[in-house]
Ligand binder design. Structure first.
Ligand code: F6R
Length: 242
């Protein structure tokens, strides 16, 4: 595990974007695993800026997103598909045919999850997975549990996650209660994993996940065992309380 200590959110975003851009320059047809949430927005912004300057080309890149809410159409403003278009895809040359996100409207969970895992396999696996860190240690929507999950699956979102996500919805009742998410095995099989974490509110969970025991009670802790895991965190997120 490697830790890159950034000064603040912008510095963290540039450091993570540097790693992703090096990945794409060295392997133009890379499969990038992508995340939503507030943590990677600055990373996407930086990648867009470099794309507009002509420094990076995504024409051959394929992307697979970590997760999607069950019940939301890709056109829904709150869907993760829409988040990705709004914050990244609309501004770079990643082609729609090359980007994949679980389909929230597929009511048949078994079918959707196996379809998504087959997509990841058919792409040859993930070269670089970008992650954020949930306040309860979740990665993707792999919530604290008694065991680590394997492939893509349907999850019931924990109360902590619903509370953290309600800022994006008009009413709490609108926050979806279920999501499709890649499993821990999908994430662990990525060749490289890069996590971006910012802000003092995340410091306790950073400490628990990366300086405590590996346990499904804190799903991100499994990344301690990944062969090429880089945590890009700002100083506030690394200032652990006593
Ligand atoms: C998003 C995702 C989540 C977020 C996590 C942190 O696709 O899978 O695990 O990365 O909830 O969210 P933020 O970055 O908003 O704090």
């Amino acid at each position: 595990m490697k830790i890159i200590r950034a000064r603040d959110y912008d510095h963290m975003s540039r450091q993570a974007a540097n790693i992703i851009s090096a990945q794409v320059i060295l392997k133009p047809d890379s499969v990038l695993g992508l995340a939503t949430g507030s943590s990677p927005i600055g990373t996407y912004r930086q990648l867009i800026a470099w794309y507009l300057k002509g420094d990076i080309d995504f024409a051959q890149v394929r992307t697979v997103n970590l997760d999607e809410y069950v019940g939301l159409a890709p056109e829904n403003e709150q869907s993760y598909a829409c988040f990705m278009r709004r914050n990244f895809f609309n501004f770079v040359n990643i082609y729609p045919a090359n980007s994949y996100i679980p389909y929230g409207l597929n009511k048949n969970a078994e079918d959707e999850c196996s379809r998504y895992d087959r997509i990841i396999q058919s792409l040859g696996g993930i070269d670089l997975q970008l992650l954020g860190l949930g306040p309860n240690g979740h990665i993707g929507f792999n919530e604290p549990d008694e065991f680590f999950t394997k492939g893509t699956h349907k999850v019931s979102l924990s109360e902590a996650t619903t509370q953290a996500n309600k800022r994006f919805f008009e009413k709490e009742e609108d926050v979806p209660r279920f999501a499709y998410t890649m499993g821990i095995c999908d994430i662990m099989q990525a060749q490289r994993v890069v996590m971006v974490v910012s802000g003092a509110a995340k410091a306790p969970v950073v400490k628990q996940a990366f300086f405590g025991p590996v346990t499904p009670r804190c799903p991100a802790s499994i990344l301690q065992l990944h062969k090429d895991f880089t945590l890009v965190a700002d100083e506030a997120a690394l200032a652990f309380p006593d």
